[in-house]
Structure formats: C-alpha cells, structure tokens
Design a protein around this ligand. Structure first.
Ligand code: PMV
Length: 316
C-alpha cells in the first residue's frame, strides 16, 4: 500500500462555545490552517506522536475489528505536518483526530472512507482527549464551511451545513489574535462552567438563552451580510463568555484596549488564569490594527475560511 495523506482544517467557533455543551446551538467555521497526516508502511513513528495518536488508533481499530473481524491491522508509520497553533481554541486535536482517522481508514480499507465515518471516529477520539466534548469541533474539521451545530442528546446531533460563505466584507476584516495558551485544558474549562452552573442555575440558564439568541442573530447577520449585526453579536458573545467566567482578566483588558480598533471575542474553551487562546477580532481598519498589534508585539494570524473539511490528498 503506497503512503496515504489526509489534510484537515482548524475551526473557529463564531458563537456558542460552552452553551453548546448544554444543548444550545453553536455557529462554527472551518479555518484555512491545516494539519496533514501521512501513513505509510515503512519507517518509524515518533514515540511521542504515537502515544498521542493512541485514542485515534484505538477508535479506528475497534471500528474495523467489529466490521471486518478477519482483517489484519498492522499499524503503519505516522507522520504529521501541522500549521494549527496548539491548545488555543482552534481545534488542533479535532483536526488531528479527523486527518488521522481518515488516513488510517483509507490505509486499511484501500478506499476513501465517508466523512460521516471519519467524523464518528474522530468524535470517539475527542472524548478521550477532552472528556465530554459536544462534538462541534470534530464535525467542523470534518465538513468545513459554516456549520450550525446542536447536540440534543448523545445520540442526536443536528449538523446543518449553511450553504453560505462568510461574506467577503466580513472575512476580509477578521484577525485571530493570540492571547497565549490557556493554563487550563478544555476539559477543565468545561468543568468550571459546570461548577458555575450548579452554583448559579437561574443566572446560567439566562446567559445560555441569551447565547442562543446571539448565535441565531449571528447566522442571520452572515446570511444577510449585515456587518453591524455581526459585530454586535461578537460583542454580546464576549460579554456572556466573561459572565460564564471563561475569560481571564488580562484578556478582557486586551479586548477592551482594542475597542478603538474593532470588536472581538475569545473563541473556544477560553482560560481563566492567564491566556484565553485566540480572540476572533473584526477590525474596522485592518492595516491600522495590524500596525498596532505589531508595535505592541501582540501575535496574530489572518483569517481565511476553509470550505472542504477533511480531505484525501492524492499524491501527484
Ligand atoms: O477550545 P476548544 O477548541 O477545545 O473548543 C471547546 C468548545 C467547548 O464548547 C468549550 C466545548 C465543546 O465540547 O464544545
């Protein structure tokens, strides 16, 4: 079997992180930053990479053993190239789970697997990485584009691909500003919100309901190319995430300081102690904002959307 390569994009939660764990919708988008996984027969895998790959390998092997009990599953060599910043809310683990699941399934079966199969195995691996993830990250890394996601139950998830792009007038103004890797893991942040919920059930319900409204408003803003609605939703989203306690004081201050340049919200699980991952930022004047960020040595990346999700990379 020749080498098999799969590529999967990162993701950005435009609205609804944390709320999505409680059955509220989230609007997520594929990001044009990628992880590329290659599997081949010969060579040695890096031991650390192999250790980190275990949940994915196990999910793929269990699936194949049930379906094809006779099949011999000799592990190929795994190599990875990655341009997704790690552990900062951009879905690096979900992208890795999607690309590796795709590559392994293709390697063992000799044909392209369906995205649904890749997604269900990536979700199993994500549960090993993060405890009780909603499944929103792996779903977006698998399908790409704009995804409206809602988990009703463990066995029932509504995944609606919005057949729309983020409008150019919005996309061209977006930046992802790096506030640093959170000290807490996604699992810890989800747990902290659970503790907050248990201590303040009425208040949290209120925040989550507001979050749902904001996510829906954001969907409408994207469809109608309504820049003001988009910016207003980002702003509201950020203040709700602050209320939920997933943004560090340092990062709230950064967003406040950046107010003259535009509006932003953290994206992903966040972080309380210091870094809160990336801020999704709409810049009124992008060049001016970039100059400010560079002058103040604040790292950022440009935002580009991905439309394809996980994909087989045919060797040329
Ligand atoms: O920070 P990330 O990329 O792991 O995103 C987590 C999103 C949460 O809503 C906080 C959790 C989830 O499982 O959806």
């Amino acid at each position: 079997m020749p080498s098999i390569t799969y590529k999967a994009p990162a993701k950005v939660i435009l609205s609804g992180e944390h709320a999505v764990v409680y059955g509220k919708p989230a609007l997520i988008i594929g990001l044009g930053k990628y992880i590329v996984v290659t599997v081949c027969e010969s060579g040695d895998s890096d031991p650390q990479l192999l250790e980190g790959s275990k949940p994915v390998i196990e999910a793929v092997h269990n699936y194949l053993q049930k379906k094809y009990p006779e099949k011999e599953l000799k592990l190929p060599t795994i190599t990875v190239q990655n341009d997704i910043p790690l552990g900062r809310g951009l879905g690096s683990s979900a992208a890795f789970a999607a690309a590796l699941s795709g590559a392994l399934l293709h390697y063992y079966l000799g044909e392209e697997p369906s995205k649904d199969t890749i997604n269900s195995l990536a979700y199993i691996a994500e549960k090993h990485f993060h405890g009780t993830p909603s499944g929103a990250d792996n779903t977006t890394c698998c399908y790409g584009g704009l995804i409206f996601f809602r988990k009703e139950f463990e066995f029932l998830k509504t995944i609606s691909a919005l057949h729309a792009k983020l409008p150019e007038i919005i996309e061209s103004k977006l930046l992802l500003i790096d506030t640093g890797k959170p000290e807490e893991s996604t699992m810890e942040m989800v747990k902290q919100v659970r503790i907050f919920y248990n201590a303040n059930p009425l208040k949290t319900d209120e925040i989550l309901n507001k979050m749902e409204k904001t996510t829906k408003r954001l969907v409408v803003s994207v469809i109608k190319e309504d820049v003001n609605g988009f910016c207003d939703s980002l702003k509201k989203n950020q203040s709700m995430l602050e209320e939920l306690g997933v943004v560090s004081p340092r990062v709230s201050q950064i967003i406040e300081k950046l107010q003259e340049f535009g509006v932003g919200k953290i994206t992903g699980a966040g972080g309380k102690a210091n870094g809160s991952g990336f801020i999704l930022f709409y810049a009124y004047d992008k060049d001016k904002t970039i100059r400010y960020l560079n002058n103040n040595i604040i790292p950022f990346i440009e935002f580009t959307q991905d439309f394809n999700g996980v994909q087989y990379q045919k060797s040329s």
